[in-house]
Design a protein around this ligand. Structure first.
Ligand code: NDP
Length: 246
């Protein structure tokens, strides 16, 4: 049997990029997978199809991470639909970059709502539903660990906040056998950060390996943490960044 047989996962922002790779990988490993998306319904339907082709149940739920009620409803809905929740992956995120003078208060509110408040609310809602063996995994960024170029004030602030959340969740939920960890991707080829984008050569050069990673690289580490291999890992920040932050 697959290592996540009988488990249920919820991945935020699963219609594209890293979230899609995570959702499909967890299904390959045996989990039934619910995932949220904001607007790309057709893309979400394709991901659900990929999961179902693997013989697992899928649920694509439109839920804007900026809307706390929608975030809570996605957690509750997953439990109603699939009967339990074992793995929460906080992946949905916004990358707003630029000089600090150009960041508006609206940008600050929007990015903190999606990148920080949503993972907080989802973890809070999920913690109430999870039992022994539960896993809360958040997607941070290598920019929370190393500021290698200017323009990341808001983004790095939002991703660094997840360290505090993850460590506290580890302490509070550890006695119940639930782990919480943070994965920090380096430059990963997605719509948000395409490997043929303008700043891609600069980003690639800042890694030790000199190249972009793939969404599947992040999914592999998330799958490890979600499975038996993650049993004794909690409160950790794990770089999957090609050696960007070294
Ligand atoms: P993409 O922009 O390629 O994909 C974003 C996904 O999240 C889509 O499924 C999108 O849904 C969904 N999403 C975006 N905003 C919301 C929202 N408000 N509510 C619900 N869903 C939303 O991003 P990546 O895959 O590149 O990034 C995933 C995570 O990894 C983010 O947290 C990002 O900060 C982080 N990261 C990425 C890096 C990279 O180089 N790519 C590096 C470091 C961290 P829809 O299809 O409906 O728009």
């Amino acid at each position: 049997t697959a290592q996540l047989d009988g488990k249920v996962a919820l991945v935020t922002g699963g219609s594209r990029g890293i979230g899609e790779a995570v959702a499909v990988r967890l299904a390959e490993d045996g989990a039934d997978v619910a995932f949220t998306y904001r607007s790309e319904e057709a893309r979400a339907a394709l991901v659900a199809e990929r999961i179902e082709k693997l013989g697992r149940r899928a649920w694509a739920v439109r839920a804007d991470s900026a809307d706390t009620a929608a975030v809570r409803a996605s957690v509750d809905g997953t439990v109603e639909r699939f009967g339990r929740l074992d793995i929460l992956v906080n992946n949905a995120g916004l990358g707003v970059l630029g000089p600090i003078e150009g960041i508006s208060e609206e940008d600050v509110d929007r990015v903190l709502a999606v990148n920080v408040r949503a993972p907080f609310i989802a973890a809070q809602a999920a913690a109430g539903r999870m039992t022994e063996g539960g896993r809360i995994i958040s997607i941070g960024s290598c920019m929370a660990e190393r500021v290698a170029f200017p323009g990341g004030s808001l983004y790095a602030t939002s991703k660094a906040a997840l360290t505090g959340l993850t460590r506290t969740l580890a302490r509070e939920l550890g006695p119940r056998g639930i782990t919480a960890n943070l994965v920090h991707p380096g430059p990963i080829d997605t719509d948000m950060n395409p490997a043929d984008g303008e700043s891609a050569p600069m980003q690639a050069q800042l890694t030790s390996l000199g190249s972009y990673g793939r969404p599947a690289d992040i999914a592999a580490t998330v799958a490890h943490l979600a499975g038996e291999g993650g049993r004794y890992v909690t409160g950790a920040s794990i770089a999957v960044d090609g050696g960007f932050a070294v």
